[in-house]
Design a protein around this ligand. Structure first.
Ligand SMILES: C[S@@+](CC[C@H](N)C(=O)[O-])C[C@H]1O[C@@H](n2cnc3c(N)ncnc32)[C@H](O)[C@@H]1O
Length: 307
């Protein structure tokens, strides 16, 4: 990565919104060499991402899933009919020598799930874990609603030397599990199975049917952007209750949520309290040094949950 335009290149490669890129790092006039350096190949469709603009326009406001489905569904069909791909590769450059490539959907909702692309809360939790490496060192980790698989892949990346134990990524959506496995293979070619994250289908409502005995006992649960649909709260709490009961004391959950609707988050917090959980906000989340290119428009809240 060039140091002069390193930030811009990092942002281009992970499809960061064009209007929010670090353009101030470009000092005019540009000589020929600088222009060449800035000529980074970018997908045309990413430049005009209507759903992205909508998300930014709405800011903190809660976004109705139906609107997103209506907006993104026809767009996806249209792309399919013209032969364009609805997936793109994003490259997350974290540190020198440490990068992740993910195949992700270009739509926020696709194939009946919101999990085929990476959301801000996952990026924020990734930053938080990289700032607090002791939270994951030596731990066996399970992620609920893991989507495209970014966090688990990050945790096992050899260049980051996080020294985590077993990492199990789960999601209720079959397309997400397929995508996670594809992304794991992409980032860990020729790596022994014991050293890479595992990906399995787990619907929270069916947590007791999962073959937990085939995996190491869980030390840390994590979940990003799973608190948006209150019809799923009981299932999520049921899954947590099951795992906390299995593990006994000592299990911690790190939950990262984009603050879109305060009432929705508050409702989940209340249910957590009613179920006997102790919630501690994680300090200095917004002050975390950013390894990921994050858009800070909407705040992300990270909490630690113990019982
Ligand atoms: C907004 S996405 C977040 C994905 C990823 N954690 C991220 O932040 O990029 C929510 C994820 O939760 C999963 N999910 C929602 N309800 C679920 C349930 N009842 N059981 C398991 N997974 C569920 C979805 O399939 C989706 O992958």
């Amino acid at each position: 990565m060039s140091t002069k335009y390193g930030k811009l290149q990092q942002q281009f490669l992970c499809c960061y919104p064009v209007n929010k890129m670090a353009w101030s790092s470009v000092k005019l006039p540009l000589n020929w060499e600088d222009q060449q350096e800035l000529a980074i190949p970018v997908r045309r469709s990413y430049l005009g991402g209507l759903p992205q603009h909508l998300m930014h326009l709405l800011g903190d406001q809660e976004i109705c899933t139906t609107i997103i489905q209506r907006l993104c569904g026809p767009m996806a069909e249209n792309k399919a009919s013209t032969g364009s791909s609805t997936y793109a590769y994003k490259h997350y450059l974290l540190e020198p020598g440490a990068h992740i490539t993910l195949r992700e959907s270009t739509s926020f909702v696709a194939e009946g799930t919101t999990g085929l692309c990476t959301w801000e809360a996952a990026l924020a939790l990734g930053d938080y874990l990289l700032q607090h490496r002791d939270l994951v060192r030596g731990k066996n980790i399970v992620e609920l609603g893991a989507g495209a698989g970014l966090l688990g892949i990050m945790l096992k990346l050899p260049a980051l030397q996080l020294q985590v134990g077993q990492v199990l990524l789960t999601d209720g959506s079959e397309p997400c599990v397929q995508l996670m496995r594809e992304n794991i293979n992409l980032n860990f070619p020729d790596t022994p199975k014991e050293q890479i994250p595992q990906a399995e289908q787990l619907n929270w409502a069916a947590v007791s049917k999962f073959p937990w005995d085939s995996y190491a006992k869980t030390d840390l649960l994590m979940a990003a952007d799973v608190i948006y649909d209150d019809s799923q709260f009981d299932a999520l709490l049921g899954a947590m209750d099951y795992l906390y009961s299995r593990r006994g004391g000592g299990l911690e959950t790190l939950l990262a949520s984009t603050v879109r609707n305060v009432d929705t988050l508050h409702k989940f917090m209340t249910q957590l309290g009613d179920s006997g959980y102790k919630v501690t906000p994680c300090a200095n989340v917004s002050a975390c040094a950013s390894h990921f290119c994050r858009d800070h428009t909407a705040a992300v809240q990270i909490i630690s949950i113990r019982r």
